[in-house]
Design a protein around this ligand. Sequence first.
Ligand SMILES: NCCCC[C@H](N)C(=O)NCC(=O)O
Length: 463
Amino acid sequence: MRNGRPLLPWVVWGVAVLAYAAAVVNRSSLAALGPATQEHFGIDATTLSMFAMIQLIVYAGLQIPVGLLLDRFGASSMLLTGTLLMVVGQVVMATVSDVWLAILARVLVGAGDACTFISVMRMLPEWFSVRQLPVISQFTGLIGQAGQLVSITPLALAVASFGWASGFLGVAGVGVLVLILGCLVLRDRPGAGTVIERMTGRLGRISRTARPLGADEPTGAFTVPPPATEMMPVVTAPRIPGLGFWARARRLLSIPGTRLAYWMHFTSPFALNAFVLLWGTPFLTGGVGLDRAQAAGLLNLVILSSMGAALLLGPLSSRFVERRVPMYVVIVFAIVAVWLTVIFWPGTPPMWLLVVLVVVMPLGGPASMVAFEVSRSHTPRSFSGFGTGLVNTGGFTSSLIVIVLIGLVLDALGAGSPEDYSLHAFQIAFTVQIPFWLLGLTMIFVEQHRTKRWMREHGRRLR
Ligand SMILES: NCCCC[C@H](N)C(=O)NCC(=O)O
């Protein structure tokens, strides 16, 4: 058998993706519990929305620090630390009645969540061949996002039937299960030990004989020394954190392929996130005038379309590596075209147009996963945690700003609350997306051009 234990990469991936799905459950655990949360803590809607905002800000703000820690401590340690933080956060959420402690709980959940996805993305190139990675990454995104489904109906039912504390302790319990599995199974790379093996100093046979899939192919990650500086011209990690950070940041940002990946992650997912996380239902019901069931049906179509696109895009971007950026750009143009049609539609957009919108717009989610493929192709292995963290801030930053701007425009138009919503106000508010698409697409064209030139100059081929 050429690959010692061909099952192990799949088992490691299975546990890693379970940890990501659990993080998504934690992230969206308040999604269907708005009124219950308000009642439990006695808070108004603005304070409730602060819970979500703070959590997202913590998530986005920690991507780069977590990425740096990943390069130093490895993916499995960071993933388990993240899970532990979420467990503590949910135990606090289950047991406190003070709103500030509840906010602290959401900070812990946001911090733990911030450690999870990029750790999984950092681990994958160590275990899978470069041909498999696009498909595995898309499946990771798809299965992880399915965690949202768990946090909507089952968690709401659990809280309604067994009470607030039991519901959130249940989520914490899932985290404990992930922690146990993670300690037993996760390994940063073939040949590395589990956390338990590293703590006891005894590397088991499974770890010693582990091989990546496609071990004879080059892996997706490549190794180059970190930046040489006058004070530290050696290959080890920098000892002075400030100097190390800026030197590493300069080196990373000097790679056009990493910048291209950042702008790709920035550009395609914000319309989807703004729609799904906040503004979709108010637009469809308060703006277009659909009833709740019709709006829910369209939101379900969003999820189905995103899943279908993930299944298609993985194999396509693996088969046509050279074409993955043009494919991505076509998707963004399609999203822009359908949104502009909705925004400038005279009168109420017809149902067929709304269906096209909820089928095309979600393609931006799986398309954003292609950004991690681009990042992996161009970012040296010793920087890949930092690179993945940086790229992952792109979509979260653009989404947060667009969500806030849409709310501000609605307020400015006097249409900020459900009784004042109007279609016209929503159409104006959604125009805030246009400069973000323009900026993102321009930067993608610029960086794609620079990346091609850089590759010619460095004699590199895409992998
Ligand atoms: N099937 C769509 C998955 C989109 C995932 C998205 N691009 C992403 O970056 N996710 C990060 C996370 O923490 O969920």
